[in-house]
Design a protein around this ligand. Sequence first.
Ligand SMILES: [Zn+2]
Length: 245
Amino acid sequence: MTREERQLREAIVAKCRWMNASGLNQGTSGNISARYKDRMLITPSATPYDAMKPDMIAAMPIDGKEYGSWEGPLQPSTEWRFHLDIMRGRPDVGGVVHTHSTYATVLAIARKPIPACHYMMAAFGGNDIRCAGYARYGTKELSELALAALEGRNGCLLANHGMIAVGANLDKAMWLAVELETIARQYYLSLALGAPHILGEEEIAETARGFSTYGLQPPKAKPAKARLTTAAARKRPEKKLSTKR
Ligand SMILES: [Zn+2]
């Protein structure tokens, strides 16, 4: 195993623990995957996150002949189908986060898509977050419904189930999972207050243009920025030390 793959596996475990500690997810209901070259690394089925170790992460070929084949000491998450189908159908996606976070799930139970109630909707690639129709967990049918709801989007709700957020890498996918749950909570509360004002297509498009000129990525995506700083610091360690002295 390369150092890079090891680090990605460690990041998956760390993100699983973080998403439960932060309240975004409960128990072992969520699952996370990340693209590593021609394989998908995915959390194992029904394994408590505090007992999960990087070696327990399952690996599945993304475009192999044997759809659904896997390697590892434990079976991949029961939701491996939509993770794998997203990786196959969306080459832009490097990370997938699935949770049963409360407010996104509440809206999914009411089968309510989320309209552009907040400008952060622009981070999801369009004017709404769709709600995929219902199919039993783990099925190919659910995967197909999820992929359709994710068309041109970085997130969707799953009817009577939860939500999915996708990103170019694991950090972005987790950031969007938090944003999706936040927008879901804001929308739910604005519905409780009554008559929320919804932004128009042009307002969301304008925000999306703002995001694209803000920098390499939307605001708040701090992990990537931190990496850049670290890489820059690594290049000239002597200079940094001498400046301090
Ligand atoms: Zn689920």
